[in-house]
Design a protein around this ligand. Structure first.
Ligand code: SF4
Ligand code: SF4
Length: 263
């Protein structure tokens, strides 16, 4: 059967990558053409500008293309860039931050009842799994609430993987802890949400997936399943294999974040 043009393109891209001829400029050209389903043009353009600036910096420092590809595929690029945007936001913190009710021991946001369990990148899943693995066999968050993140301490309700907590945990906050409690029980009250950096981070990871099509796969992972695998004693490779999402999870997370930003 004659290959379709897209199959032929994928093969050409794979060949180019295998022979080591892909350049950072080639990747930037792919990013320029990439599209994220459900994102508005302004949101997509912003994420592209951030990712393109990362690629320009990588190129100017002579970072090899295979390392750039690896950072994009693992989600390390989205993580770094999401952090940089978060740091900018926190220089002039919005009211959502200055009036946040968040405090140690308040953990209703660690109840992960959605089917996707919290969307995280491979880089974050690896960090989280390594941080939680030493706690294997101990009581975990699910001893407090059946849908709580296993990285949670069930007694103190504090995160036991604080330094390795994913972007979603660093971006979520609320001005009303009681509303969080009601939302954790299925409510839909306002007052809680994700800082703007989270949308950039998700869209950048989705752009990386689109730009690297035919070169390598870009996955997302279920945060709760990653932590559950670590407390069950799995090694990291097994844990990530168990926690890997279907591609639609990242698309859904992007779409939901876009809608939340527009609300
Ligand atoms: S987001 Fe809500 S549940 Fe989480 S720490 Fe803040 S107030 Fe508490
Ligand atoms: S990683 Fe930590 S902060 Fe994030 S949901 Fe789990 S317990 Fe909560």
């Amino acid at each position: 059967m004659k290959p379709t043009s897209s199959r032929a393109a994928r093969r050409r891209a794979q060949k180019s990558n295998t022979s080591g001829t892909i350049t950072v400029a080639d990747i930037a050209a792919r990013v320029a053409k990439a599209k994220v389903k459900g994102a508005g043009k302004a949101q997509e353009d912003r994420a592209k500008r951030i990712l393109t600036s990362f690629l320009q910096t990588a190129e100017s420092y002579g970072m090899p293309a295979n390392e750039v590809v690896a950072e994009m595929a693992s989600g390390k690029a989205a993580w770094r860039l999401g952090h940089a945007v978060r740091a900018e936001i926190l220089k002039s913190p919005p009211e959502a931050v200055t009036k946040a009710a968040c405090a140690q021991g308040c953990a209703f946001c660690c109840i992960l009842s959605g089917g996707e369990g919290g969307v995280i990148t491979g880089f974050e899943a690896t960090q989280l799994h390594k941080a939680v693995s030493p706690l294997a066999g101990q009581p975990d968050g699910r001893d407090w609430h059946a849908a709580a993140c296993p990285a949670l301490d069930p007694e103190t309700r504090s995160c036991r993987a604080y330094d390795a907590r994913p972007m979603i945990c660093r971006s979520f906050l609320s001005t009303d802890a009681e509303a969080c409690e009601r939302n954790a029980a299925g409510g839909t009250e306002k007052g809680a949400g994700l800082l703007g950096n989270h949308l950039d981070y998700l869209l950048i990871h989705a752009l990386c997936r689109q730009a690297l099509k035919g070169i390598t796969q870009v996955h997302s992972y279920n945060m709760a399943a990653t932590a559950a695998s670590a407390v069950a004693g799995d090694d990291t490779a097994t844990g990530l294999a168990k926690a890997r999402h279907k591609p639609s999870a990242l698309e859904t997370a992007c779409r939901d974040a876009v809608r939340a930003a527009q609300a």
